[in-house]
Ligand binder design. Structure first.
Ligand code: NA7
Length: 529
């Protein structure tokens, strides 16, 4: 079977791409590993899973009817509600008939003679397509560190990103949670409320901001929907794709009182807009330290045991240089008598035993282990597929020293392969829905233009790619991101090249660049008839 396009993945990116490709009149097959749509939100069913972008902003903007008819029930959407929304979108736009579920794309190779991608799946499908479009997500390749003895643990163990659909009952159980990134920080308070005891194994404390989640105010929802068009434009033109009301003033130049006033009001408001308190927090280490110390002060206020408060206080990286977390009652959870915090930076986990977790200095009993240990981010899901471009070049070989793309949309030597929110684009530094829509719209525009001009192949020009990779690095160098050992840099995966993968130039500026490239007849791309 030969399709105009194969889309890999049916999360928010894959679903919208499928919708737009249909609009071009193309025949499309989408393959999805899960049994349903939703991607991240299909898999991440751990207790407390919630988006840290407000629900009204974490929703598609492409259909005015869709945004008018869908009602969000909370300020921040829970995983079940986002999944319901994804399912609603699939039904509303009749997407499922072109999606093959429970099917993983294992291999795709570019056939130069036929100018087709030949795609293979784990279900034995062998299909061809003119265009191959990956919508595989940035955080979908979950990772459990290879702790010795893990197989000897008789009780259940779960990774947050592969949570059982039927849920887990922790009542009366002793639970070990390994990892204190966003997933651990969201799950720990909810698990602690149910379990007999929770032991948290923390290697790096993270900065976490209160969500102050609450039921959606109907007036707020009404206001957003009425101003939909304008608000969406503001989001698209912003740095992170959200309405954060950025304050351009310098934290360094502000008086003590002014700083306290601004930080307190942002803290009280809740959510990630704290990072927009002052214009220099993300780029100036001294300004950043002022914001970081404010958060540490909050931790000391909330956590009653000063030693635990200090252990929870991040000191080895600037605030925002790792993904900022948003929580509900995280720090206060450590005031519970049935929650223990273990510092595995000082005494690392040495092995999992049949009765629990053993660190360099003690053994902690557990009935259940929760791995909140993250992902092989951005490149992981792409490299998990065996992708081969022109001349038998494999993507794994091409990206051995780190990902190389032009605009995060294409990689030279892999004609007609598009990577939605690929490395080198803002992706995880932004509201993913905004970045997804921008990429899908751009790709749709490009494919329509190619068709109208009877252009058979498009590929990134290696020189344009080199310049883009350099630009991505240069922009990252102006920020504080490279100062943290984060998954943005691949630092969480042993042996992964240390390269800052997303584009830190902001979604607004990036959109302008992409649009200019298109307006210039796809400058930096090689086109052939
Ligand atoms: P993250 O943010 O990558 O967090 C993973 C956590 O697991 C982090 O605290 C890690 O510590 C910890 N970890 C990983 N390996 C180990 C070992 N070997 N020993 C101890 N601790 C370990 O993943 P999340 O799922 O929380 O969040 C991913 C993104 O999803 C998030 O940023 C949002 O965008 C949504 P480390 O910091 O590496 O010292």
């Amino acid at each position: 079977m030969t399709y105009d396009a194969v889309v890999v993945g049916a999360g928010f990116a894959g679903m919208y791409m499928l919708h737009r490709l249909r609009g071009l009149g193309m025949s499309v097959r989408a393959y999805e590993t899960g049994a349903g749509v939703g991607g991240t939100w299909y898999w991440n069913r751990y207790p407390g899973a919630r988006c840290d972008v407000e629900s009204l902003q974490y929703s598609y903007s492409f259909s005015d009817e869709l945004q008018r008819e869908w009602e969000w029930s909370e300020r921040y959407p829970s995983q079940p509600e986002i999944l319901l929304y994804a399912e609603h979108v699939a039904d509303r736009f009749d997407l499922r008939r072109d999606i093959q579920f429970e099917t993983r794309v294992t291999r795709a190779a570019y056939d130069e003679t036929a100018n087709l991608w030949r795609v293979e799946t784990d279900r034995g499908d062998r299909v061809a397509a003119r265009y191959l479009i990956t919508a595989v997500g940035c955080l979908s390749a979950s990772r459990v560190p290879g702790f010795p003895g893990a197989a000897s643990f008789p009780g259940p163990s779960y990774h947050t990103g592969r949570w059982p659909h039927e849920g887990v009952d922790f009542t009366g159980r002793r639970v070990a949670v390994i990892g204190t990134g966003s997933s651990g920080i969201q799950a720990i308070p909810v698990i602690a409320a149910q379990a007999a005891h929770v032991t948290v194994f923390q290697r790096t404390p993270n900065y976490s901001l209160p969500a102050h989640n609450r039921p959606m105010e109907p007036e707020y929802q009404g206001w957003f929907k009425a101003g939909h068009a304008g608000l969406r434009t503001t989001m698209r033109e912003s740095a992170a794709g959200i309405l954060s009301d950025p304050n351009p003033d310098s934290a360094l130049e502000a008086s003590e009182e002014e700083r306290a006033r601004v930080f307190e009001s942002r803290w009280a408001k809740g959510g990630v807009s704290f990072m927009a308190s002052f214009g220099d927090i993300a780029v100036n280490p001294e300004a950043n330290e002022i914001a970081a110390e404010f958060v540490r002060g909050k931790i000391r206020e909330i956590v009653t045991d000063p030693e635990v408060a200090e252990l929870l206080s991040p000191r080895n990286h600037p605030i925002g240089s790792k993904r900022i977390c948003v929580d509900t009652g995280y720090y206060a959870t450590y005031n519970r008598p049935d929650v223990t915090l273990v510092d595995v930076r000082r005494a690392p986990i040495e092995e999992i035993t049949p009765t629990g977790v053993r660190t360099a200095d003690a053994e902690y009993p557990a009935d259940v282990i929760v791995y909140a240990t993250g992902y092989d981010a951005l490149t992981g899901p792409l490299l998990a597929m065996d992708l081969t471009g022109k001349g038998g070049l494999s993507l794994r070989r091409k990206w051995a020293a780190g990902p190389r793309t032009y605009l995060g949309l294409m990689t030279a030597g892999f004609p007609n392969l598009f990577t939605i929110t690929g490395p080198g684009s803002p992706s995880v530094l932004s509201n993913m829905i905004v970045s997804i829509e921008q990429h899908v719209d751009w790709i749709t525009g490009c494919l329509g233009w190619l068709r109208d001009g009877q252009v058979a192949t498009i590929d990134a020009d290696p020189l344009a790619e080199d310049a883009w990779v350099e630009h991505v690095n240069e922009v990252a160098g102006y920020t504080l991101f490279p100062r943290a050992d984060s998954w943005y840099l691949g630092a969480n995966i042993p042996g992964k090249p240390r390269v800052f993968m997303p584009y830190a130039g902001g979604v607004g500026a990036y959109r302008v660049l992409c649009d200019q490239v298109a307006a210039d007849g796809y400058r930096g791309f090689v086109l052939s008839a």
